[in-house]
Design a protein around this ligand. Structure first.
Ligand code: PLP
Length: 383
């Protein structure tokens, strides 16, 4: 990839940290044994996975035995949801929100139609906030699981997960959080937050793709999605050792740099937002009134089609997105923005910039210079 490329799509995926690449390369080269094998090569690979398990656990304030490695965020989310249903066979209700990632929503839609599950989709306000009183009244004795994202991938808006977890715990109902966008970006201490399950993904925190983790609180014996003896029977299939090693290093780097990364990224995000808002009349930031992730900015351009602007940005070497990556290419208005009360036109006029550890002030300044002229050209072309 060209050095000149300005990558502002870190919520879609992140650049793999050089430290992860080095550790993964060594793992591929030197630690190719099967962690289940009893010989020296297998033991060496096993000790790599043990180290990574401790690194991921440390990022979350969990114990290593509570970490199950998966193929990514989606698998972790699915195991939590299906596992919670299996733990509470008589309960037919799930509580979630309207703004979850498709990894959650599509599974719940499938379960609702195929298994007669009653899914409650909690609304959000115009800033993307969840109302805890509504959550409270949605949790009934018939609820198998509450599943709420920690940070929204499109707007960065944070849900009050600690309070939600306390509420669910007080009612004796299991709760899972999709923390794919939160893990490694803000402090998470599962000793303080009584979640039963939490999902994360390697490629969102400068680790590799195709690896993630599910936190399963001690004592919650959920069944696997893949049967086998690996991961103490909680996830079959020979371990993706290099991926797991990469995730472990990414977790350790994130934990070590949490405060500095967050402050630096927030500073760049504020610089980007104030520069663009000043230069683009009619623009606004969606979700700005709520607590947000440091690096996510959902910019409403005020009418002009985002796809056209993004295409021009791309040609100028700037990567951003119109919404969730998995819907990129489509022109449907984002379900997240619609749930926040935006019109379809406003939702389709939204660009998501998501910043990360490796962005610089010079890159942000270049985008602040570039975007207004791109919008001008797009407007002139449309006229
Ligand atoms: N949840 C959220 C909030 C996400 O942003 C994503 C990825 O975009 C996922 C889940 C899915 O994670 P993965 O790509 O590792 O399956």
């Amino acid at each position: 990839m060209s050095d000149a490329l300005i990558y502002l799509d870190n919520n879609a995926t992140t650049a793999v940290a050089p430290e992860c690449i080095a550790a993964m390369t060594a793992s591929l080269r030197d630690f190719y044994g099967n962690p289940s094998s009893k010989h020296a090569s297998g033991e060496a690979a096993k000790s790599q996975t043990l180290a990574a398990r401790a690194q991921v656990a440390a990022l979350l304030g969990a114990s290593p035995a509570e970490i199950v490695f998966t193929s990514g965020g989606t698998e972790a989310i699915h195991q939590a949801i299906l596992g919670a249903l299996a733990l509470a066979p008589g309960k037919r209700r799930m509580v979630t929100s309207q703004v979850e990632h498709p990894a959650t929503l599509l599974l719940l839609e499938h379960l609702a139609s195929s298994q007669d599950l009653d899914v409650v989709y909690l609304p959000v306000d115009k800033d993307g906030r969840l109302d805890l009183a509504e959550l409270d009244s949605a949790i009934t004795a018939d609820t198998a699981l509450v599943s709420l994202m920690w940070a929204n991938n499109e707007t960065g808006v944070l849900f009050p997960i600690a309070e939600a977890a306390a509420l669910a715990a007080a009612k004796g109902v299991l709760i899972h959080s999709d923390a794919v966008q939160a893990a490694g970006k803000l402090p998470i201490d599962l000793k303080q937050v009584p979640l039963d399950f939490l999902s994360l993904s390697g490629h969102k925190l400068h680790g590799p793709k195709g690896v993630g983790a599910l936190f399963v609180r001690k004592g919650r014996k959920i069944p696997p999605l893949l049967f086998g003896h690996q991961e103490r029977g909680r996830r079959g299939s020979t371990e993706n050792v290099p991926g797991i090693v990469g995730l472990g290093v990414a977790a350790e780097l994130a934990a070590a740099g949490l405060q500095t990364d967050e402050a630096q990224v927030a500073g760049l995000r504020d610089r980007l937002e104030s520069g663009l808002l000043a230069a683009l009349p009619g623009s606004s930031i969606t979700g700005a009134g709520a607590p947000r992730l440091a690096g996510t900015s959902s910019l409403n351009l005020g009418g002009i089609e985002a796809e056209i602007v993004l295409d021009k940005l791309d040609k100028a070497g700037v990567c951003a997105s119109a919404g969730a990556a998995c819907s990129a290419g489509g022109t449907e208005a984002s379900h997240v923005l619609l749930a926040m009360g935006l019109t379809a036109e406003a939702a389709l006029s939204t660009i998501r910039f998501s910043l990360g550890r490796y962005n610089t002030a010079a890159e942000i300044d270049r985008v602040i210079r570039l975007l207004p002229s791109i919008v001008q050209t797009a407007l002139a072309e449309a006229a």
